[in-house]
Design a protein around this ligand. Structure first.
Ligand SMILES: Nc1ncnc2c1ncn2[C@@H]1O[C@H](COP(=O)(O)OP(=O)(O)OP(=O)(O)O)[C@@H](O)[C@H]1O
Ligand SMILES: [Mg+2]
Length: 298
């Protein structure tokens, strides 16, 4: 079942049309990457999913229920980590989560259990310091804990990794992957390696439309003729292949890159005839980064 669907969603601010026709569906218990360049309209779309902005056209549903602008009942199912989360910085993480629980009206015993569980999940269970001394990574992790507090069915995170260093990003991505057990995650990003690491599916937003969407495999298959890497055991064999087939490119020590995949049989014939030992032959996967650049036309 789909936890979230956007159907032909459009948004303009006055004359300016930011989203023209955006449709995608986020299946339950997946991590879904919402990718787009700066200014593509990711935050705008997320705010519409939360009913914080009105759509100019189309429809958004959360677990089948339509989202209404203003106080939408669908937000009972949604947890949100904004792009720049704000906290009461004089509190410790445990105090902050208790405060979140209290304003949501949860019984105190449950608040304690849920806080402990979430602080463990985000690796802040031993942290007794006040939030004001926290690194960005720690703040983002606390933000995820806060967003998960009410056991949302859909967790929306707006660029949760953009400001983090590689270690902080890895920690946050691991947390989102773990969160998939109990929720569905929609997160926006322009960091394609994050998408490659943790997403089940994704949608690329470009010029107000979804330029590409699907599972990682589906998206990669859009480019059919992918290249092949051949790694030879002996450098002299790599040299002979290069001489015989001048279109081969060097791609590392003893490795050759064949872009003309249809010529692979000829190459293999020569390798077999000369009994050249091979270390590996591998279909080169299209890097998401390259695909993205192709889509945005650069
Ligand atoms: N309230 C508003 N009034 C007018 N224009 C707006 C408003 N909010 C956003 N925009 C415009 O909409 C476009 C999309 O902005 P948005 O913040 O949704 O992009 P984004 O994909 O989240 O970008 P980033 O990666 O920088 O966070 C931008 O051109 C922005 O200037
Ligand atoms: Mg944004």
């Amino acid at each position: 079942m789909d936890m979230l669907t956007l159907s032909h969603v459009a948004k303009n601010f006055g004359e300016k049309q930011v989203l023209r026709d955006v449709s995608f569906a986020v299946p339950e218990h997946t991590v879904f990457g919402f990718v787009g360049q700066n200014g593509a309209g990711k935050t705008t779309a997320m705010k519409m999913i939360l009913g914080l902005l009105a759509v100019s056209g189309g429809e958004i549903r959360v677990e089948g229920m339509p989202v209404r602008y203003g106080n939408t009942p669908t937000n009972r199912l949604v947890g949100y980590l904004p792009d720049v989360p704000e906290f009461y910085s004089y509190m410790t993480p445990a105090e902050y989560l208790r405060f979140c629980g209290e304003i949501s009206g949860m019984p105190s015993k449950e608040i304690k259990n849920r806080s402990e569980e979430l602080l463990r999940l985000v690796g802040l269970d031993k942290e007794k310091h006040r939030i004001k001394g926290f690194s960005r990574g720690m703040k983002q992790r606390l933000g995820v804990a806060q967003a998960l507090f009410g056991r949302p069915k859909l967790l929306i995170c707006d660029e949760p990794t953009s400001a983090l260093d590689p270690a902080g990003r890895k920690e946050l991505l691991d947390i989102l992957t773990a969160a998939k057990e109990e929720t569905t995650v929609l997160f926006s990003t322009h960091i394609l390696s994050d998408v490659e690491h943790i997403c089940d599916e994704m949608a690329f937003l470009h010029e107000g439309k979804i330029a590409l969407k699907g599972s990682l495999d589906e998206v990669r298959k859009i480019r059919k003729a992918s290249a092949v890497t051949i790694e030879m055991e002996r450098p002299e064999d790599a040299g002979i292949l290069r001489q015989t087939f001048p279109f081969l490119k060097n791609s590392g020590k003893n490795s050759l890159l064949l872009k003309e995949a249809e010529r692979l049989p000829e190459l293999l014939r020569l390798i077999a005839d000369r009994r050249c030992p091979i270390i590996r032959i591998e279909r080169q996967e299209e890097a998401l980064e390259d695909l993205f650049m192709e889509v945005v036309g650069r």
